[in-house]
Design a protein around this ligand. Structure first.
Ligand SMILES: Cc1cc2nc3c(=O)[nH]c(=O)nc-3n(C[C@H](O)[C@H](O)[C@H](O)COP(=O)(O)O)c2cc1C
Length: 386
């Protein structure tokens, strides 16, 4: 989602053997969350780990690839690469406000914003040193939803994502997209310029246009369709992903030393249309994938292990995006924002209730500074969940 001046990235075309210098980015503003089609937060597909453990994570940088890892005792809980920083919002869910603050402090140098998976049952406050967005579900009544939205918007967030299902709805129940128009009008009517992001049942970039027409939303966020076909953000998504997409995906995953279990999970979720990849080929592909316990043994699928080359291509493609000038917000956000104390938590359905977040003070002004070439959102969003 974050359209970026990638030339600002310290870690440019070829990964440096030294840990990259940290790039300075200005605050993202509500404008930066508009006109986008974003990847939704999904545990397992992104990062995972308990917030408490994450707070004690040790940060390390791979000297060859530049990959940054936040490591727990036995494994990395979150990995990222500097090239994705301008596109990366980190989602936090915790019932403990202090822990959430600590988690935000741990990761804020490597991301462009924090998303609160929220309803915020307790007050939180933040000094405006990092961009904060929020994601909610619909409440059963529209009136209650609007009240919740009003309170959250008044906290000074930059963007609000509305998953158009109530807490009791299953994923297979059609999202109540028709309820969003009134919410969008309401938020826009509040005059703060905050971006409203629709979430629920979007199938891809083309479908996002339809959803924006119906709802008036500023942007759209996609979860399961992206999990099934990560190329759905393209105007021309790929068919036969096992053949057209997975090989390079696996090569890059291996080059970046991505966790094998997570990699396999993601690959096993791919389910795009089959045009030229018949049943016997699919069966064989699954056999190869299922029989391997690591990246070794996948040569039949990936061809040569050219992950470094694949990754360079990705970096070049990102860096060729035009930069967007972006001024630092000086007046837009209040220095202290307070979430209403009596809101119930509508999101997510299964995890218990995040989020009582107290971002009391984020001391590192990582996202401040008057850099005229500051990256801003606008393309695809990668969201991870702590
Ligand atoms: C595997 C999976 C993991 C998810 N994890 C999270 C999460 O950690 N945080 C969150 O806010 N939503 C989570 N969600 C919900 C999605 O972000 C999204 O709100 C929901 O799937 C509806 O979007 P969709 O209709 O495009 O799938 C998850 C969904 C899936 C399928």
């Amino acid at each position: 989602m974050l359209r970026a001046a990638m030339s600002r990235l310290s870690h440019s075309r070829s990964p440096s053997p030294r840990p990259p210098k940290r790039a300075k980015f200005a605050h993202l503003t509500p404008e930066d969350f508009k006109n986008g089609v974003f990847l939704a937060p999904m545990v397992r597909s992104g990062a995972h780990g308990r917030t408490r453990l994450f707070c004690t994570a040790q940060r390390s940088v791979d000297p060859t690839t530049g990959v940054i890892s936040y490591n727990g005792k036995s494994r990395a809980m979150f990995t990222t690469h500097p090239v994705e920083k301008p596109y990366l919002i980190y989602q936090i869910g915790s019932s403990d406000p202090e822990l959430a603050v600590q988690a935000a402090r741990v990761v804020m140098n490597d991301v462009s914003g924090i998303d609160l998976n929220c309803g915020c049952p307790k007050p939180f406050s933040t000094h405006a040193e990092i961009t904060v967005s929020a994601k909610i579900r619909l409440l059963p009544s529209q009136e209650d939803t609007l009240k919740l939205v009003e309170r959250i918007v008044n906290t000074g967030i930059s963007a609000l994502t509305v998953h158009c299902r109530t807490r009791n709805m299953r994923d297979r129940d059609a999202a109540l997209v028709e309820r969003l128009r009134e919410i969008v009008d309401f938020v826009h009517g509040m005059g703060k310029g905050i971006a409203v992001i629709e979430n629920g049942d979007c199938t891809g970039a083309e479908d996002a246009k339809r959803i924006r027409d119906i709802t008036g939303a500023d942007s759209v966020m996609i979860a399961r369709a992206a999990e099934a076909n990560p190329t759905c953000f393209s105007a021309n998504p790929l068919d036969d992903v096992e053949k057209t997409f997975t090989p390079a995906y696996l090569r890059v995953a291996r080059y970046l030393d991505n966790n094998w279990g997570l990699t396999k999970f993601c690959v096993s979720q791919f389910k795009a249309k089959h045009v030229d990849f018949g049943k016997p080929a699919q069966k064989h592909y699954r056999q190869v994938l299922n029989s391997t316990k690591g990246f070794d043994g996948l040569e039949e699928i990936v061809g040569a292990w050219t992950g470094e080359e694949d990754f360079k291509e990705i970096v070049e493609a990102i860096e060729s995006r035009p930069p967007r000038l972006h001024e630092v917000a000086t007046t837009a956000s209040p220095s202290l924002v307070v979430t209403p104390s009596d809101t119930t938590n509508p999101e997510p359905p299964s995890s218990g209730a995040p989020l009582a977040l107290a971002l009391h003070r984020l001391d590192h002004p990582v996202l401040t500074g008057g850099d005229p070439l500051t990256p801003t959102p606008g393309g695809d969003l990668f969201v991870v969940t702590a």
